[in-house]
Design a binder for this molecule. Structure first.
Ligand code: AMP
Length: 213
């Protein structure tokens, strides 16, 4: 199974992608998480991406292309994958098209999670991410964020710099300008599943599973 998950920042792509990757036993590929790991490990990619990410801007296509290719080389993605945060520009579609060709993928599932801007801004400003295992929580639901419920590490939750309100609004603007054309590009070729992401996490997951059958 191959799933390409679209949606504005903060609609819950990362959360849903992790659940679905586990359920279908497929590889979760999040370019945002790979970049954040690169920043933490101070790799060449991380150093180049850090400032742009903190400002809410996209990192260059060329860098994303190299990063995705390198990641795919080290990963068993041929059984299936769920892409979260990629492709985000028309240029990046070329790379995905190559992957479809190479693996002879004819029926990938494109899912778009939709939500209102106010809900997204509210969600992102309350979001915290574990720096050890990338688990995401919301301060609206978890009052004590001192220990990560997934990896049990203490003091690992941080607020991402790009989750500040002004940066969030800029990211939403970039999403509309650069990722909407990507959706149009693939809508001409493949079926799309549109879903309301404002529902509780479990409901959104169930709706996705129901539509994938
Ligand atoms: P995300 O975690 O998907 O919200 O991504 C966080 C940030 O990482 C984005 O705001 C971009 O700066 C960068 N990023 C992630 N994926 C991509 C991509 N496919 N193309 C360009 N920049 C990306």
């Amino acid at each position: 199974m191959q799933i390409i998950l679209f949606g504005a920042p903060g609609v819950g792509k990362g959360t849903q992608a992790k659940i679905l990757a586990k359920k279908y036993n497929i590889q979760h590929i999040s370019t945002g998480d790979i970049l954040r790991d690169s920043i933490r490990n101070e790799t060449e990619f991380g150093i180049m991406a850090k400032n742009l990410m903190n400002k809410g801007e996209l990192v260059p296509d060329e860098l994303i292309g190299r990063l995705v290719k390198e990641f795919l080389k080290s990963t068993d993605y041929k059984q299936g994958f769920i892409l979260d945060g990629f492709p985000r520009t028309i240029e990046q579609c070329t790379l995905l098209d190559d992957i479809f060709d190479e693996l002879k993928i004819e029926n990938p599932h494109f899912i778009i999670l939709e939500s209102d801007t106010d809900i997204i801004v509210n969600r992102l400003t309350a979001r915290r991410q574990c720096t050890n295992c990338n688990t995401i929580i919301s301060l609206k639901h978890v009052k004590d964020a001192s220990t990560c419920p997934s990896c049990c590490m203490e003091g690992t939750f941080i607020k991402r710099e790009d989750d500040d309100e002004d940066v969030v609004r800029k990211r939403l603007d970039i999403y509309r300008k650069t990722t909407f054309p990507v959706i149009d590009y693939y809508r001409e070729k493949y079926n799309f599943i549109f879903l309301n992401a404002a529902e509780p996490v479990e409901t959104v997951t169930q709706n996705i599973i129901d539509r994938l059958i």
